[in-house]
Write a protein that binds this ligand. Structure first.
Ligand code: LLP
Length: 385
């Protein structure tokens, strides 16, 4: 069966389960995103939430990308990894006071603000400090991302952003807030978007909003289209780098960018997903009455996505070439949702074989938990093994 390339003999010596990162692929992806973005002078802020492993973060910081953060913890992690504050943006519907203060004290470049209630708190904190705050309004554009319901964010019923119908009211209030400097607008319609027409609809909406704002005399220095570009979970080796070329070209073609305007993006998954695999050991093969189970030493504590979003991750037995058999691949957690894949064809699995769960570099290690008193997984990197 077709498999990725792994330094299997080295991996066999490491205690499982763990994340393994292919640094050459990460660097290749960073080169592609930078080259494609440079064609249009786009600003890229890596969405730290996708993977905040310190080594991965520092490599991304060194590559020159900025950071998109959604918590004080992420701002701190980004600063520690070397992202310059002037490249950090801060989003999130529920920013706590200490997080706002951390952002202000470090002079981050922009607060992406999601409600009038939040604007007032930021204004008050800025007033006590005698400072002004650069802000972009996160607008909920009511555009369907055609992705999983749990990772859709740009619909009226989602908690995110300022509803279109409320935008004028927010702008009225904002005009009286001297501490707030309106820099631009921000969108994020969802994640794992593979149908580029969703982005097309977003740009049409952004064009209309921009016209309306200009009619009110508001000129936007920044427009931020958020993240969301999907990756190919089914063919991680055929298409290891996401389609940044067509994505940016589409935005460039359709967005009516004004002179001198800065266009920003916040990709997360598309930067780090394909370079990471969760490596786990087969503990048992259990022949049930209707199913054959491969029971691994990793569960949803290490990779939550299949249990939480029914998401597909390609699974490979990287230590066997024996004839393929069909397995339900499950973890050791005491919950029936702890399943990585049903009816998966794998080279015959024996105890102690190593299995790779592919495309796990995004929303894998960061979402690990200690449920069942388990240890958090460690991480190894191809260039330092
Ligand atoms: N910007 C904002 C404001 C976001 O909320 C997100 C993701 C991103 C950027 C990055 O989106 P990306 O390029 O990674 O699609 N845990 C889920 C994904 C949640 C995404 C949340 N927001 C999963 O495992 O699929």
């Amino acid at each position: 069966m077709l498999k990725g390339t792994f330094p299997v003999e080295k991996l066999k010596t490491l205690p499982t389960p763990f994340y393994y990162y292919d640094i050459a692929l990460l660097n290749e992806t960073l080169n592609v995103v930078k080259t494609e973005a440079a064609k249009y002078n786009y600003h890229i802020h890596y969405a730290v939430k996708a993977n905040a492993n310190p080594r991965i973060l520092s490599l991304i910081a060194q590559s020159g990308l900025g950071a998109d953060c959604v918590s004080g913890g992420e701002i701190q992690a980004a600063l520690d990894a070397g992202f310059p504050p002037a490249t950090i943006v801060f989003a999130g519907v529920g920013k706590a006071d200490w997080e706002i203060i951390l952002g202000l004290d470090n002079n981050i470049s922009c607060f992406n603000v999601e409600s009038i209630a939040e604007l007032k708190v930021i204004r008050d904190i800025a007033a006590t400090k005698g400072t002004t705050v650069p802000v972009a309004l996160r607008i909920n554009p009511e555009v369907d991302a055609h992705t999983h319901a749990k990772i859709t964010t740009g619909m009226k019923e989602n908690k995110f952003g300022i509803n279109l119908g409320q935008l004028n009211g927010v702008l009225d209030e904002l005009s009286a807030m001297q501490e707030i400097k309106l820099k631009g607008i921000h969108f994020h319609i969802g994640s794992q978007i593979t149908d580029l027409s969703a982005f097309q609809n977003l740009v049409f909406r952004a064009n209309d909003i921009q016209d309306n704002l200009e009619a009110r005399g508001i000129r936007l220095e920044n427009v931020n289209f958020g993240g969301g570009l999907g990756i190919d979970y089914y063919h991680p080796d055929h298409l290891p780098v996401a389609d940044f070329e067509n994505y940016f070209a589409l935005i460039h073609q359709l967005f009516r960018r004004r002179d001198g305007q800065h266009v920003h993006f916040e990709p997360g998954r598309s930067i780090v997903a394909q370079c990471g695999s969760l490596i786990s050991k087969a503990l048992y093969v259990k022949e049930g009455e209707t199913k054959r189970f491969a029971i691994l030493d990793a569960g949803f504590t290490e990779l939550l996505r299949p249990a939480m979003y029914d998401s597909y991750h390609r699974i490979e037995n990287i230590t066997s070439d024996e004839e393929a058999e069909t397995y339900d691949v499950v973890g050791p957690i005491c919950e029936s949702s702890d399943v990585f894949g049903r009816d998966v064809k794998l080279n015959k699995v024996r105890r102690s074989d190593l299995l790779a769960l592919r495309s796990a570099g995004a929303y894998g290690e960061v979402m690990a938990s200690q449920y069942n008193c388990r240890k958090l997984p460690s991480a190894y990197f191809s260039d330092t093994l």
